[in-house]
Design a protein around this ligand. Structure first.
Ligand code: ADP
Length: 477
């Protein structure tokens, strides 16, 4: 746990969120504690605040600090040390307003974080406090204690012993972790054990939380590195296979050899798909995923990718129908990712539709939106599972899914990709009747003429065939 040096010998190191008080009879008393307190804060990269009452003034405080911190003026100039009268803090226009004061503290903490300080410490003299405010102030102290305990903040409240009675004193003791008192010419410290333990526990849980956050970040980085490391050798195997194939094609190839090649290739694609999905999910989670947007004809993108797998789907005894109520619709999208989404939905539709079944892909122009529907009349998805299938690693029926390979990240990735486009995905399904996935994409256009430049038909076709091989790798046999 991170402890801060108070600079006050009797107290030593304390965690953030500690609320100290001092009951003084002369201003010499509080200078003896508050000066080393401020000095430590300044050297520890903390924002330091001193709110004084009418028993002293800014000049006196500054010149007293100067004896221990010769360059005090430079700290004031750069804003790390602020010396303020109570009339600019507690009592403004003759009114003590708790909400305003709390806001001032929170604003300061925000300033402190923005300016790169490690935290904040304050000295706050309360000797301006009149009896008429004392109830209100005690209430305020209780609340401020809660506020302080949750922030990177350490504060000393100064109380003039001539102005406090026994009831105020007990209030002070209960609201502060430490009370510094004059004792035989020296000082002694009363500890409010209950409060200290409470703050310690709070600090501990904050630390544990930080540890967990850090672990999570490490896990993400590890995952991302690992996925990249997996992809490289896979691509090498794939291209070597391709090379061997080309070379072998010139020789006479035995049928079972051809079969081995395609088994190896298909399984490489399966691994590649899994790795690609893992990389992208990790990127999306850590906000590093970026779409490569361009203005393109969404009808053409969806139609071409659907057609590229039509033959394969039909060869499995499933009818595929493509339909659109519009010829052309230019929208800003990432065509590679849209293709991936459509392939994912089509491969699922295929996996879960028996022979003799049907799959429909439909595009509907809907003014400011374009809807893409992928429907099948396959096994459908039970009502109670419809909400969760977009969650990661969810498969409706694990035992059933064993016959249908998959990792359960396809749909969660599809959803994230569509949401990245500012769109939405929904599902209508009835068990035994079929499923319909409905994508809605906003019809926005990028300013300027950023259109899909990759229009050389051959390149696009080649890319689509490979992408289909990857996305369909679960079912290709
Ligand atoms: P997987 O990689 O396992 O296919 P998905 O996220 O793509 O993961 O799908 C999650 C689950 O949703 C599937 O395992 C299946 O149970 C169900 N599912 C998805 N699409 C369909 C569909 N068209 N018909 C029936 N069930 C489906």
């Amino acid at each position: 746990m991170e402890l801060r040096k108070t600079g006050i010998e009797l107290i030593g190191d304390v965690p953030w969120g500690t609320h100290i008080s001092q009951v003084y009879s002369a201003k010499d008393d509080f200078f003896k504690t508050s000066i080393p307190f401020i000095q430590k804060g300044l050297s520890n990269n903390e924002l330091c605040i001193w709110i004084y009452s009418s028993n002293t003034d800014e000049d006196e405080i500054r010149s007293t600090i100067k004896k221990s911190v010769p360059d005090v003026d430079s700290y004031i100039k750069k804003g790390q040390l602020k010396i303020l009268p109570y009339t600019e803090w507690y009592v403004k226009e003759d009114s003590f307003n708790e909400v305003r004061i709390n806001k001032q503290w929170v604003d300061l903490i925000e300033y402190c974080v923005r300016s790169g300080y490690d935290g904040m410490r304050a000295v706050a003299d309360t000797s301006w406090l009149e009896k008429s405010y004392s109830r209100k102030f005690a209430e305020y102290e209780k609340n401020i204690n809660k506020l302080v305990s949750e922030l990177p903040f350490i504060v000393i409240c100064l109380y003039d012993s001539n102005k406090i009675g026994i009831s105020e004193f007990s209030e002070i003791v209960s609201n502060h972790g430490y009370v510094v008192l004059k004792d035989n010419g020296g000082f002694k410290v009363l500890k409010n054990v209950e409060l200290l333990v409470k703050n310690l526990q709070l600090e501990k849980s904050r630390e544990e939380y930080k540890k967990l956050e850090k672990y999570d970040q490490m896990k993400t980085e590890f995952f991302s590195n690992l996925s990249h490391e997996l992809r490289t050798p896979l691509n090498v195997i794939l291209s070597t296979l391709q090379l061997m194939r080309i070379k072998k094609a010139t020789l006479v190839q035995k049928p079972d050899e051809r079969n081995y090649f395609s088994i190896m290739q298909q399984n490489c694609y399966r691994l590649l798909r899994l790795v690609n999905n893992l990389i992208d999910i990790t990127k999306i989670d850590s906000n590093f995923f970026e779409l490569k947007l361009c203005n393109c004809n969404i009808v053409e993108v969806v139609e071409n990718i659907t057609m590229s797998v039509a033959e394969y789907i039909e060869s499995k005894g499933i009818t595929l129908k493509f339909d659109t109520n519009i010829e052309e619709k230019m929208i800003a999208c990432d065509p590679d990712q849209i293709e991936r989404v459509i392939l994912n939905l089509l491969s699922n539709a295929m996996k879960f539709t028996p022979q003799g079944g049907r799959i429909w892909v439909k595009i509907l122009d809907d003014d400011d939106k374009v809807k893409i529907k992928v429907r099948d009349n396959g096994i459908g998805i039970p009502k109670n599972k419809q909400d969760i299938i977009f969650d990661r690693f969810q498969q409706v029926n694990k035992s059933f899914s064993r016959h249908h390979e998959g990792s359960g990240i396809g749909l969660s990735l599809v959803k994230s990709l569509i949401e990245k486009h500012g769109g939405d995905i929904s599902l209508k399904s009835q068990e035994g009747k079929g499923s319909e996935f409905i994508l809605e994409l906003p019809c926005k256009i990028l300013p300027g003429q950023i259109t899909d430049t990759d229009s050389e038909a051959e390149i696009v076709k080649h890319k689509q065939v490979e992408r289909a091989q990857i996305e369909f790798s679960d079912i290709y046999a």
